[in-house]
Ligand binder design. Structure first.
Ligand SMILES: N[C@@H](CCC(=O)N[C@@H](CS)C(=O)NCC(=O)O)C(=O)O
Length: 216
């Protein structure tokens, strides 16, 4: 198994958490430096034509891409512990929470979007940060409202870790990178703090990966 990764990639952080929870250790971790644009080089474009991390090769292929799809693949191939509830409504809620992060919020703040805002629309660093913080806050506001539901427990959905928690942890790490205060979102913050104490999450954290700075 080969994981294409970069320390700062929040989508890869999600996959690393799932791998840790499942006790799966990739044979190789290939570093694709998002800060030097290595994701756009031909070698990586052949792996993932979207020029985005993560990608995973498991055995003979095909190459797996998109963090949520990879995590569901891992969940199906390594069912314990399960990352989705056993009931259809529960699965829909967990996938919905996960998609707020991975589909509605995260894609708006990735390097290719920030670089487009800079080069095409000439937005300076302060304006780009304002953009990122805006979309972070929109997701945090939506998540917090959902987390007031009685279905929330110690974690996003009851007292068992699910795909939603994996995504919540990546939103929390992103909030730190973009200096977004999560204090106004107490359920989100409580769950993020609980998850941070779990080894599978702590070991997967961006700042614990090779090449990461001591703080970001
Ligand atoms: N929806 C994708 C997002 C992939 C993505 O955008 N990854 C970022 C890093 S977290 C990336 O590689 N960006 C490269 C770029 O924007 O140029 C997923 O969840 O896997």
């Amino acid at each position: 198994m080969k994981l294409f990764s970069f320390w700062r990639s929040l989508a890869t952080y999600r996959v690393r958490i799932a791998l840790n929870l499942k006790g799966v250790v990739p044979d190789e971790v290939v570093d694709v430096n998002l800060m030097t644009g290595a994701q756009r080089e031909a070698a990586y474009r052949a792996i993932n034509p979207m020029m985005a991390l993560p990608a995973l090769i498991d055995g003979d292929g095909p190459i797996l891409f998109e963090s949520l799809a990879i995590i569901e693949y891992l969940d199906e191939t390594h069912p314990n512990p399960p990352l989705l509830p056993s009931d259809a409504r529960g699965r829909a809620r967990v996938r919905g929470l996960a998609q707020i992060v991975a589909c509605d919020s995260h894609p708006l703040i990735v390097p290719r979007v920030r670089e487009y805002l800079e080069h095409e629309f000439k937005l300076d660093e302060a304006a780009r940060m304002k953009w990122c913080r805006h979309w972070h806050t929109a997701a945090l506001t939506g998540l917090e409202a959902h987390l007031k539901d009685a279905a929330t427990g110690r974690y996003c959905h009851g007292d068992t870790i699910t795909l939603a928690d994996i995504c919540l942890a990546s939103q929390a790490a992103g909030a730190k990178f973009f200096q977004v205060d999560t204090a106004p979102f107490p359920n989100f913050t409580r769950i993020a703090n609980s998850l941070a104490t779990i080894d599978a999450f702590a070991r997967a954290h961006p700042l614990k990966q090779p090449g990461a700075p001591a703080a970001a």
